[in-house]
Design a protein. Structure first.
Length: 309
């Protein structure tokens, strides 16, 4: 064998030796380390996912505890009658007229069981109500404000509001849905859960809607026809404000604490002095002097507010 051949064989042996060492390094060190790193990454992801699920479960648990405290009683018929009574009391407190509240039969609510495959578990009942009545926009917004602050599991699914002629009222039709839960902590009556004061303050007040009164856009001119004509005391010693209620000069005698009927406007006489009267026009206070119309007072206050801005 020539020296050249020997060097060539030696070089080939060195190459194959290095290849073997590299293969041994990969199989015994690098590949196990890569596999271990992947396993660690997988375990880390599983741990993070488990933590997220745990946090979510805790949130759901707190939410379910809150819902159980707010839900109607688990007995669907008791829940049906109790909420209907509460709803009737609410509309009565807000002086709705021609009121009716009809309740449907409770509908069972079921979900898939987590422990028993293929079976469903009843979690509560859904009850639908239909409310009809008549009220001014101010009274209706008060009703809605009290409704949203109540702690019951209820919601309004649909709403229809129609102006009624020149009576200053709205015909109201509401579809309401409530939830009774098997896990309810209220066994014999509705819960007393309520919003925290801070949460109530965060809600937008309903007064701006009442002041804008979108239903009275076509009746704004009527305010210019309502003029304070006189302030008198009747035989019973009750002070009354005399208003010309329309363009024909029809007189309406209104004592403090009463309302002046006007198309789609809620006008309440709050206080009567010797030379002026304080009225709330759609919940907005205005002083009306003798010979002045409500429309003039409203316009003057609007101009003043615009100038201040």
């Amino acid at each position: 064998m020539t020296p050249r051949m020997k060097w060539l064989l030696l070089a080939c042996s060195a190459v194959f030796g290095l290849y073997g060492i590299d293969a041994l390094y990969r199989s015994s060190i690098e590949e196990p380390r890569t596999a271990l790193t992947q396993k660690i990454d997988t375990l880390t992801e599983d741990i993070n996912e488990a933590k997220q699920q745990q946090m979510q479960s805790q949130k759901i648990g707190r939410r379910l505890a809150e819902y159980s405290a707010r839900a109607l009683p688990s007995d669907p018929m008791l829940a049906r009658s109790s909420y209907q009574e509460w709803l009737l009391d609410l509309v009565d407190r807000n002086k709705f007229l021609a009121t009716s509240v009809d309740a449907s039969q409770p509908v069972p609510l079921e979900i898939r069981s987590r422990t028993k495959k293929g079976k469903r578990v009843r979690v509560g009942h859904r009850i639908d109500y239909s409310l009809r009545g008549q009220a001014s926009l101010a009274k209706f917004t008060d009703f809605m404000d009290q409704f949203r602050k109540a702690g019951h599991l209820h919601k309004i699914r649909s709403m229809t509001l129609n102006p009624i002629g020149n009576e200053g009222r709205l015909d109201i039709n509401l579809s309401i849905q409530v939830l009774s839960m098997e896990s309810s902590t209220n066994e014999s009556n509705l819960g007393d859960w309520s919003m925290l004061p801070d949460a109530q303050l965060a809600l937008k007040p309903p007064v701006p809607l009442v002041r804008r009164n979108p239903f009275a856009r076509g009746f704004a001119k009527a305010l210019n026809d309502v003029e304070l004509r006189a302030i008198t005391t009747n035989r019973d010693g009750i002070t009354e404000a005399w208003f010309a209620a329309d363009a024909r000069g029809t007189i309406s005698k209104v004592p403090a604490g009463s309302n002046l009927p006007l198309a789609l406007h809620d006008i309440a006489v709050v206080e009567i002095l010797s030379d002026r009267v304080l009225v709330n026009v759609n919940e907005d206070p205005h002083w009306i002097r003798m010979g002045e119309s409500i429309g003039e007072a409203v316009a003057q206050k609007s101009q003043t507010s615009t100038g201040d801005e």
